[in-house]
Every structure is written in C-alpha cells, then in structure tokens.
Design a protein around this ligand. Structure first.
Ligand SMILES: Nc1ncnc2c1ncn2[C@@H]1O[C@H](COP(=O)(O)OP(=O)(O)OP(=O)(O)O)[C@@H](O)[C@H]1O
Ligand SMILES: [Mg+2]
Length: 409
C-alpha cells in the first residue's frame, strides 16, 4: 500500500470514529438536556408549591428550611426572629401587592444564590411575602451537569474506541482489495510490456522486409502502430499504479513544457504544424512527481498534434498566475463542442471514429488534481481546443502537501 493510501485509510478510519463519536455525543447531550429540563421543571413546581403553601400557612416565627415568610399587617412588617438574607424582604413588592391586591412572583439572584419569591395578599387583609432559597436545588443541578459532563467524556472515549474499531473493520477489506488491484495492475503491466515490445519489433522488422508487396507492407505498418498504441496504454496503467507521493520534489513546469515541445517537434514538422512555446525564461516550479507531470504535459501536446490538421498551429505557454503555475496547450485544430469538454476527462471517452483508447485525459486529470491543481478544456467545433492546467507554485503547497498523494491511487 502506498503512503497515500495509508493516509487515506487513516483518514477514513478517523472519519468513521468521529461520526460514531458525534452520534454518541449528540445522543448523550440530548438525553442530558431532557434530564436537566425535567429536573429544573420539577424543582420549580416543587418550590412554587412550597411558596404557595407558605403564603397560605406560613408564619414568620416558624422557620421552614431555606424559606422565610414576611407578613405586613396593619402597616407593620413582621420579619420573624430569624436572620434574614441580605436584601430581603422585598419591600417594594410588598407595598405594590398591598396596594393592588395582585400577587407578584419574582426570581432574585443575590448572596451567591438564587431565590424564588412570591408576594401575595394573605388572609385578613395581610400581605405575605414567601422567599425560598434555591441553593440546594442549584447544587443538585450542578451535580447533574457534572454527571452529564463525565458521561459525555466517557461516552466520547468509548465512541472513539468503538469508532476506531468499526472504522478499521470497515476500511480493511477496501485496503486489501486496493492493494491486490494495484499488485495485479503492476504485475500485469510489467508482464505485458515485454511481449508487446517484441511484437512491435517483429511487426516493424516484417514491414521493413524488402520483398513485400505494398498492400502487406501498409498492413504491417498499421499493425505496428496498433501495437505501439497498446504499449502506450500499458505504460499509462503502469504509470498510474506506480505514482508515489514520496517521489514528490520541486519540478520546473517550464522545463517540462520545453521538453514536451522538443519531443513533438519532429511529428509536428512532418505535418507542417507550427509549435510555439512561450514562457518567461525562468523556472516556474511546483511541488510534484516529475514523471507524472511529464506524462500529463506530453499527453496534452500529443492530443493537440493528433487533432490539428496539416499546416495548423499549436501554442504552449507557461506562466505564473495568482500563486499557481498555469500551463496552456492551445491548437487551432478540429476542436470539440463546448458541452463535451468535461466529458473528455472521463475514462474511455474519445471522439467518434477514433481508434485510440480515451485514457490520456483521464490520467492527466488524475495527476493534476493529485497535485492540488485543476485542468480544464475549452473548444469549439472547427475552432480549436485549449487545455489549461493549473498547479500551485512550490512552497504554497507545503500546507496541503498531503493532497499530492491523491495523484497516486
Ligand atoms: N486537442 C484536442 N482537440 C480536439 N479534441 C481533443 C483534443 N484533445 C483531446 N481531444 C478529444 O478528447 C478525447 C479524449 O482524449 P484522450 O487523450 O483522453 O484519449 P485519446 O487521445 O483518444 O486516447 P489515448 O490518450 O488513451 O491514447 C479524444 O479522443 C478527442 O476526441
Ligand atoms: Mg490522448
């Protein structure tokens, strides 16, 4: 398994554990919120009942636990013989109730605790104020919150462990399947290369034999070309199986563009196609896998040469834009419908009547997106094609270096 795959699988495991953890956390938080709300409601109902009872039957001299009763009778306020918490009684409320005859409930925060206060008309023209100190209820609530927090932390830990285990089990078969597929791909490509190279050589030798009739010679040439196409596909498969992010290093895209142009010069000249290269004359460096990037640029240029008629023109340009290196391959060849542009990057997608495989652009996109970049196509039928590739300049990617790895499935 490549480093990229390992990190992808680690990420997948992490995602699963985070999701399981999140689900358990939400569950505990939900249950906790319900428990807390029910508890607060129950306490408030209980204390309200107590206050009403004290209003009806409470006497200042008889002290219930955490409660006080004050009675205004004939203009005299009886606060009882016990020590009264600071700020009480609430005289304005007593006077207001005495005047209006309407009960006034109130929550008061004072003396480091909370009080529920009910001021109400009493019997025989009195006005009664009942006060209840909520400190024990508050302590109970705090205990419940602590218990919930501890349950949450324990739940999270258990969730992480469960998630990790579940993630491992979920991802392991995929990892194994991928590793097997990669092994198969690499082995098969390796095995196929030699016989294909031999077949190509034989076809060429046969085609070069002096005593062959022309029709057979052209058939053998066609056979050699087909075998070469097959060799290209096998190379692509091998390339995509072998790209490894550990090979990433600073790569000069201007240099790669130049090499690609040099590589196609002969083929372009045969068809009188003008090849122009435009770059600023200094290195335009990205962090990447050189073989992959070479393959991508070569493919864009090879496609352009293939789809540009004799006497056409292909322009390759490289420049730096907004922290990215932009490489454009534009031709004035046959082009394609704008609506088809995105589809060209799909595997096995090729134009009508083409004997190729339709793998090139798919591989280009795989490589480029793996370098944290983008590749797009624009074209018009008969109006040429333009492929734009953008990759973050070297260094800028240090933070997201990990993403390079997605070039290497
Ligand atoms: N420069 C271009 N101008 C016009 N059409 C293009 C150009 N480049 C690519 N295409 C279209 O996109 C299709 C897909 O290209 P791609 O490179 O993926 O496959 P291919 O060249 O047909 O086969 P392969 O690259 O696997 O040998 C091509 O078949 C062609 O129809
Ligand atoms: Mg191609």
């Amino acid at each position: 398994m490549t480093a990229w795959e390992r990190s992808e699988f680690r990420r997948a495991r992490l995602r699963v554990s985070v999701l399981v953890g999140l689900a358990i956390t939400v569950m505990i938080a939900f249950v906790g919120a319900i428990a807390y709300t029910v508890m607060v409601q129950a306490q408030q109902t209980e204390v309200s009942r107590e206050l009403r009872y004290n209003i009806a039957y409470g006497v200042p001299g008889v002290a219930p636990k955490c409660a006080w009763v004050f009675v205004l009778e004939d203009g005299v306020l009886d606060v009882g013989p016990f020590e009264v918490p600071g700020g009480f009684p609430l005289r304005p409320d007593i006077d207001a109730v005495h005047t209006t005859g309407t009960a006034v409930p109130r929550d008061v925060t004072a003396n480091g605790t909370e009080y529920m206060v009910l001021t109400s008309p009493g019997t025989d023209g009195t006005t009664v104020q009942a006060v209840f100190d909520l400190r024990y209820q508050l302590a109970d609530r705090a205990h419940l919150l602590w218990a919930l927090a501890i349950a949450l932390a324990a739940g999270l830990l258990v969730a992480a462990l469960i998630g990790f285990g579940v993630g491992r089990r979920t991802v392991a078969p995929w990892a194994e399947a991928l590793a097997r597929q990669r092994r198969f791909l690499t082995d098969a490509s390796h095995e196929l290369r030699t016989p294909i190279a031999r077949a190509y050589l034989r076809a060429q030798l046969l085609a070069a034999a002096a005593d062959l009739p022309d029709s057979q010679r052209s058939n053998l040439d066609a056979l050699a070309r087909s075998i070469r196409g097959l060799a290209d596909v096998v190379d692509d498969l091998l390339q995509s199986a072998q790209l490894d992010p550990r090979d990433a290093k600073p790569v000069d895209l201007a240099d790669i563009a130049e090499a690609a142009v040099v590589g196609e010069t002969e083929r372009a000249a045969e068809r009188r196609i003008t090849l122009a290269l435009d770059h600023p004359g200094h290195p335009l460096v990205v962090d990447g896998i050189e073989t992959g990037l070479r393959r991508a640029v070569d493919e864009l240029l090879a496609n352009a040469v293939r789809h540009t008629p004799e006497g056409g023109r292909i322009a390759v340009s490289v420049r730096s834009v907004d922290g990215q290196v932009e490489l454009v391959v534009a031709d004035n060849g046959e082009g394609f419908a704008a609506a088809d542009a995105e589809g060209l990057f799909e595997r096995f997608r090729h134009g009508p009547g083409e004997g190729r495989f339709g793998l090139g652009l798919a591989l280009v996109r795989e490589i480029v997106t793996g370098h944290g970049g983008t590749v797009s196509a624009a074209g018009r039928p008969g109006g040429g094609a333009r492929f734009t590739l953008r990759i973050p300049v070297a260094g800028r990617r240090a933070a997201e270096r990990e993403r390079i790895s997605s070039a290497c499935p």
